[in-house]
Design a protein around this ligand. Structure first.
Ligand code: ATP
Ligand code: MG
Length: 571
């Protein structure tokens, strides 16, 4: 492609509403344009780069016998009613009506659609296993669209779904997908970590996330040198790490605490530490209030709580419900003398507290010297809190957990029979018995991969694309395209590289060399050949690898440059 003909609208400055480096660089380099909140147009350069990501993924899916399909983006409500997700997916689901008032979802994910497809054709164990996948647009009405294409409202996902006769077969296939995803990460040049994850709205009981490491990442991951890794929203806390104080167990005592609401205030008032505090929070789980206890210096992990409760909707109780359940204003709840009998869920961290402090279920009142077992009991004691710095690794139980930030680019799930059960997707086994198909599902944020790559690979001049993903592998920069000799050599190199099927951009514009260098660097083209008069006098051109610093260039004979570039690209 000649630059003068290319639609690459580069910008000197990024528009001010872009909030991270990759979004800024994608817009400045003319890859994308922002149309509205969470909506991006992919311009030729962006689409060409995306095409390279798609090729990598497609090859890896083919290697594990994935077969590509394309499903509609408009999905009938009825399918979503079957799985119950029409009502539980919440506000992220775009819902629309047709002219006859029939309702549809704009696909945020395709489990319903694919399960419907599978159940209509797969009847026998002989047709299993099978994996179907697509590159499909997804719509999600994200609360906070941000970071450019990273968290958009319309984005491209590769979503794959596999169907199996049993758990064992799924387990084997899951490992293959895991390996394929690792290959994709490696081929995209990522520094990454695979971590255990919570399953969220997709469901199932087992999942892994593929996290690209970047300080700007939205996710926090907890990991250990022993190999353990988990999304910090999933990372486990051990049961037996809380020492029990040997102080004498005292009897409960009510104390008046007017105008001291927060744990900090009460701790100060009573001259005790937050670790003595048994924080009690009232939640409403699918309409039913529950009390949840955690030590004062920790926080409740709502994702763990939701999975322990097994509920679809979990929210903090309103002040009215708190009043109804505890008999007090918000801030004075405790596990002793609750007005209403509700289930109590305690985190491991509270049971060893000796002479603890709780709200008295009475406004402006607390109780001190509260002890688990003697004064109150929980219906369930389990792991309900967020991990914190200093926590011990739950696997090796030796080292402290490390924390890093990451960008989730892929998420794989063992779904089991969650969807086949509700949608009655069955097959006949060798004995003619009807069984539910066992499923897995596997997503990759294809457009997010572009942004994640940039977050890991840029400098003050722009993007540094890994060769595998770069839209153009080579930029040819004639210092003066009007100069006959420079023009001839440049076009000759261009032709020869094209014959070798290498994507190359020849900057034929009537611009200063400095401007051409700037644009090539901004776009992130991996290799640059500069054709200038001085070097040509000795039969040479200048070669530069974008990854290296500015001053590191090589002088190569004109007749060798094509082979040299080819050898670099193959590296
Ligand atoms: P997140 O926690 O980031 O919201 P998710 O768990 O909702 O992601 P999945 O449903 O597992 O995401 O979707 C599969 C992949 O799609 C994710 O790993 C991510 O790479 C990508 N993805 C999800 N939401 C978006 C979005 N709003 N914009 C761009 N890519 C997205
Ligand atoms: Mg999400």
């Amino acid at each position: 492609m000649y630059f003068s003909k290319a639609f690459i609208p580069t910008l000197k400055e990024a528009p001010s509403d872009l909030d991270n480096i990759s979004a800024k660089l994608m817009v400045r380099s003319g890859m994308v344009r922002k149309l509205g909140s969470g909506l991006f147009e992919l311009l030729p350069l962006g689409l060409k780069t995306l095409g390279n990501v798609i090729s990598v993924i497609r090859e890896e899916m083919a290697a594990i016998d994935g077969q590509e399909v394309k499903l509609p983006l408009l999905l009938p409500k009825e399918l979503w009613i079957e799985t119950g997700r029409w009502n539980v997916y919440g506000k992220e689901l775009f819902r629309i009506k047709d002219r006859k008032n029939a309702e549809f979802a704009l696909a945020p994910t395709h489990e319903e659609a694919i399960t419907d497809l599978a159940r209509s054709f797969i009847k026998s164990y002989k047709q299993l296993p099978v994996m179907l996948y697509q590159f499909g647009i997804k719509f999600r009405d994200e609360i906070r669209p941000r970071f450019g294409v990273m968290r958009a409202r319309e984005f491209l996902m590769k979503d794959a779904y596999s169907f199996h006769t049993d758990d064992k077969d799924l387990e084997q296939y899951y490992k293959k997908v895991y390996a394929a995803y690792e290959n994709i990460c490696k081929r995209c040049g990522f520094k990454y970590r695979v971590v255990e994850a919570a399953s969220g709205a997709i469901g199932g009981n087992f999942s892994h996330e593929f996290m690209v490491l970047a300080d700007t990442g939205e996710e926090e991951i907890a990991w250990c040198h022993c190999g353990y890794g988990a999304n910090s929203e999933k990372a486990e806390c051990l049961e037996d790490i809380y020492e029990k104080s040997t102080e004498q167990v005292l009897d409960m005592e009510e104390i008046s605490t007017p105008n001291v609401g927060t744990i900090e205030d009460v701790s100060k008032f009573l001259n005790s530490s937050a670790q003595k505090f048994i924080k009690t929070i009232i939640y409403v789980a699918d309409g039913t209030p529950v009390a949840v206890l955690v030590r004062g210096d920790y926080d409740i992990n709502e994702i763990k709580l939701q999975s322990v409760l097994g509920c679809n909707e979990l929210e903090l109780a309103s002040p009215e419900i708190v009043q109804e359940v505890t008999g007090a204003k918000v801030g004075f709840a405790g596990p002793v003398n609750l007005k209403k009998k509700i289930k109590i869920y305690a985190d491991y961290s509270v049971v060893n507290i000796v002479n603890g402090v709780i709200g008295a279920n009475k406004t402006d009142t607390h109780i001190k010297n509260v002890n688990y077992g003697k004064d109150y009991k929980a219906d369930t004691v389990t792991d309900l809190r967020k991990v914190v710095h200093g926590d011990i690794c739950p696997r090796c139980k030796k080292e402290k957990l490390q924390f890093s930030r990451g960008i989730e680019i892929g998420h794989i799930f063992k779904l089991g029979t969650k969807y086949s059960k509700s949608m009655k997707a069955t097959y006949l086994d060798a004995n003619g018995k009807e069984n539910l198909m066992v499923m897995g599902c596997y997503g990759i944020g294809v457009t997010r991969i572009l942004a994640a790559t940039i977050e890991q690979s840029y400098d003050e001049n722009g993007i540094i694309w890994p060769v595998a993903l770069a839209a153009y592998k080579v930029a040819i920069i004639p210092v003066d395209f009007e100069n006959e000799n420079i023009k001839k050599v440049s076009e000759d190199i261009y032709k020869k590289l094209r014959e070798k099927k290498i994507d190359v951009l020849l900057d034929d514009r009537d611009e200063r060399a400095g401007i051409k260098f700037k644009d090539a660097d901004l776009i992130g083209i991996p290799y640059r050949i500069t054709v200038g008069e001085k070097n040509l006098q000795n039969g040479n051109v200048e070669f530069k690898d974008r990854k290296n610093d500015k001053s590191k260039t090589e002088i190569i004979k004109v007749e060798n440059i094509v082979d040299y570039v080819v050898s670099q690209i193959k590296l």
